[in-house]
Design a protein around this ligand. Structure first.
Ligand SMILES: [Zn+2]
Length: 109
C-alpha cells in the first residue's frame, strides 16, 4: 500500500459524514479516481459506518449503488462550492474595482 494512501484513509470517515474541508474533499476525490485500493477501502469504511443501521433494516441494499450515490453527492457538493466561491470572488473583484475607481476620481479632483 502506498504511504500516501494512509492519509486518505484517515480522511474517509469525514468523507462519509461530510466533515471534510473543501480542499480535503477535492484532494481525496482526485485520489479516489486514481486509486483502486482506496476505492475499496472507502467501500469497507462505508459498510462499517452504516453497518448497524443496515442490519436493522429489511430493505434490500445495493452497496455499489450506495457508494456511487455518495460519490455523486460529494461531486455535486464540490461543484456547487466551487461555483459559490467563484461568485464570491467575482463580487470581491467588483468591489475592489469600484474602490479603485473611487480613489482615482478622488485623486483627479
Ligand atoms: Zn490510495
Amino acid at each position: 500500500m502506498d504511504r500516501k494512501c494512509l492519509r486518505y484513509r484517515d480522511m474517509m470517515p469525514g468523507y462519509i459524514e461530510d466533515r471534510l474541508t473543501e480542499n480535503e474533499l477535492e484532494d481525496l476525490m482526485l485520489h479516489l479516481q486514481q486509486c483502486e485500493d482506496c476505492r475499496e477501502e472507502l467501500t469497507t469504511q462505508y459498510l462499517i459506518s452504516r453497518g448497524s443501521s443496515l442490519l436493522e433494516s429489511d430493505q434490500p441494499f445495493d452497496l455499489n449503488a450506495e457508494i456511487n450515490a455518495l460519490r455523486n453527492t460529494r461531486n455535486r457538493q464540490m461543484r456547487s462550492r466551487k461555483t459559490f466561491s467563484l461568485a464570491a470572488l467575482i463580487l470581491e473583484i467588483g468591489a475592489l474595482v469600484a474602490f479603485v475607481m473611487e480613489v482615482l476620481l478622488l485623486i483627479r479632483l
